[in-house]
Design a protein. Structure first.
Length: 205
């Protein structure tokens, strides 16, 4: 309710029944801007890949909690109370980004969705990844629950200008879209590794 109030998203309706387990189903209704929604399918070779903030902290916090260790306070706060990146999404759309997705399942998986929908690949620089407090590079690549945004853009300068105009921290460039399918990770030493999608997997029993 606090998040709904903070972001002007009223909670309406409801269907309460009795059952043996708790099940929550959510339907969100909204309007696309006049220029249209930013889809996953618009990335093109040569576009820059951006993320809006540090990655991996929630995954590291969850693992620490499960081990009985004390997680980083900022990371556990992001795990329990993620902040929707609505302002960042609006700034990215204003900058004319080509494709966008939220990082709920993990960077390697969610960027993979963009690549699949756009029929492209990506080349990521390991040294450019914004790794969150208490997290590792593996957490940043394979973690879920970050809820940052990942987007691609043909004009990086326009993106930076749009975020500055909105008084937002600049997004972090982490790589480039390629014509070759698949995601490749480039280490600081120059070695390249194929990056398989990993993170949260949606399964139906």
């Amino acid at each position: 309710m606090a998040a709904a109030a903070a972001f002007g998203c009223p909670l309406v309706g409801g269907d309460t029944v009795v059952g043996s387990s708790l099940m929550v189903t959510v339907a969100v209704i909204g309007d696309a801007p006049p220029a249209g929604a930013v889809l996953r399918s618009g990335a093109r070779p040569g576009d820059t890949v951006f993320v809006t903030g540090p990655l991996g902290g929630p995954r590291a916090a969850l693992h620490a909690l499960r081990r009985g260790n004390g997680p980083d306070p900022g990371a556990v706060a992001r795990l329990h109370r993620p902040v929707p990146r609505l302002a960042e999404g609006a700034a990215a759309a204003e900058a004319g980004v080509s494709a966008m997705i939220d990082l709920s399942d993990g960077l390697s998986s969610d960027l993979g969705h963009i690549c699949t929908a756009s029929r492209v690949g990506a080349r990521l620089e390991a040294g450019a990844l914004p790794v969150g407090p208490g997290a590792s590079a593996e957490d940043a690549l394979a973690g879920g629950d970050d809820y940052e945004l990942c987007f691609t853009a043909a004009d990086p300068a326009r993106v930076v200008a749009a975020f500055a105009a909105a008084h937002l921290p600049p997004p972090v460039p982490i790589g480039v879209v390629t014509a070759v399918p698949g995601i490749v990770l480039v280490t600081p030493g120059g070695a390249t590794w194929p990056l398989a999608p990993s993170g949260w997997e949606h399964q139906v029993d």
